[in-house]
Write a protein that binds this ligand. Structure first.
Ligand SMILES: NC(=O)c1ccc[n+]([C@@H]2O[C@H](COP(=O)([O-])OP(=O)(O)OC[C@H]3O[C@@H](n4cnc5c(N)ncnc54)[C@H](OP(=O)(O)O)[C@@H]3O)[C@@H](O)[C@H]2O)c1
Length: 382
């Protein structure tokens, strides 16, 4: 039986992860679960999965969680220490990091330091500190298993193949809801429109990132660190049907693609069971019902976030962490109706341009750059 720490249990990935575990109860036990402030859902989940420890980040919600679970012998924790206790609990084997944003970085690092394998949905960890994390994982001999469907696809294509035989990684992108909208109309895009993703049902931050194509930019950086492939060998293609989750081209010209339904439970299950496979009841791809598979080049002028992410990745050092932090603050401001959709990339560009990069940064330098970028963007907000 694999013992799981589930960070971000109340989010989109967290709930899907519990759905997978619900069907594979004899294989997995959830030992720790966390939320930011959603104590109502966390308490319901804890009633069902009976973890040893629950952590709520927001200290104002800890009494509420305690009250809701007063009948149960579940340890309750709060604040960053509570989150880290959940991430490093001695009775766990695999940490599923389903937190959103930079808050996921330190739990990823602490989990690796504690010798845990990590099923990583929190791509921001690798964007901020990919080199640091991958070196640490190697040192501690732990696995970082991707949860993102694209990276799960690449991992499956690479399985049994040699890394030195990889010529190119092709990440597929749905294109988001505005792929066909004219650039002149971007000014009027509302948060509500940006939150309506055509193929995936996800948390608000990644949904907006998908609409700006920043999500794909973050995934390029994630793939670079996970698979050790140079940025210049990682391409993006717009594939609206989201059936091919990514492709790997080898030096002999052969291309492997991973195909599956648009259902995150499948890559989550693969991350939990990898390298083994288990049966699943999830929808199957029926090619007869898929009239065509299309592939288009992304427009880097209309979607500057993708261009900015490539540039930050090429610049390296602390720049990707700054890109990530600026994006988090800008997306939040857009969701709060404080800035327009178009302002997201321009704020990020201004911030990454102003940043004085540190090369081969320490964790401290990365966190300092993250803080600086957040402060800088906040000062530019109306
Ligand atoms: N959703 C997808 O289909 C999908 C696909 C691929 C990759 N990913 C990646 O997976 C990660 C999670 O995405 P998501 O869509 O599941 O996000 P989400 O629905 O917003 O859930 C985020 C989770 O993190 C918790 N959280 C948020 N801020 C926190 C904080 N400051 N401290 C502690 N906990 C915090 C949330 O708690 P509350 O419930 O209390 O807010 C929630 O449990 C992201 O990195 C995303 O890019 C997601």
């Amino acid at each position: 039986m694999k013992r799981i720490a589930l960070l971000g249990a109340t989010g989109s990935i967290g709930k899907n992860c519990l759905d997978v575990i619900r069907r594979l109860r004899s294989q997995f036990r959830v030992v720790t679960m966390t939320t930011n402030n959603n104590t109502e859902i966390l308490a319901e989940q804890a009633e069902e999965f009976r973890p040893t420890l629950c952590a709520v980040m927001d200290p104002h919600k800890v009494d509420d969680l305690q009250d809701r679970l007063s009948e149960r012998k579940i340890q309750i924790r709060t604040g960053p220490e509570g989150l880290l206790e959940a991430a490093t609990h001695p009775d766990t084997d695999l940490v599923v990091n389903a937190l959103v944003g930079a808050v996921g970085l330190i739990p990823t690092i602490r989990a690796i330091e504690a010798g845990k394998d990590v099923a990583l949905a929190n791509k921001e960890s690798l964007v901020m500190a990919g080199e640091f994390i991958m070196n640490l994982a190697q040192e501690k001999k732990v696995q970082i298993i991707p949860v993102d469907s694209e990276h799960s696809g690449i991992m499956q294509c690479l399985h049994g193949n040699r890394r030195e035989d990889v010529a190119r990684i092709i990440l597929t992108a749905s294109g988001g809801p505005f792929f066909n909208r004219r650039a002149e109309e971007f000014q009027s895009i509302t948060p509500q429109q940006a939150l309506e993703h055509p193929t995936w049902n996800m948390g608000p931050k990644i949904t907006v990132d998908s609409a700006t194509l920043m999500n794909k930019g973050l995934e390029v950086i994630e793939a670079h660190w996970l698979f050790g492939v140079p940025i210049s060998h990682i391409e993006v293609t717009i594939h609206k049907q989201s059936i091919i989750h990514s492709l790997v081209e080898f030096t002999d010209g052969s291309i492997l693609a991973q195909i599956g339904p648009t259902d995150m439970r499948l890559p989550i299950q693969i991350a939990l069971t990898f390298p083994e496979r288990m049966e699943s009841p999830y929808p199957r791809v029926r090619f007869e019902q898929t009239r065509m598979l299309t592939f288009e080049k992304p427009d880097h002028e209309k979607f500057p976030c993708l261009r900015l992410a490539y540039k930050a990745a090429q610049d390296g050092g602390t720049t990707p962490a700054v890109l990530n932090a600026a994006n988090e603050i800008a997306v939040q401001a857009f969701l709060e109706n404080r800035i327009s959709f178009e302002k997201i990339p321009s704020l990020i560009e201004e911030t990454t341009t102003r940043h004085v990069r540190a090369d081969r940064p320490s964790l401290n330098e990365i966190l300092t750059a993250d803080r600086w970028a957040r402060g800088y963007v906040m000062k530019q907000l109306p």
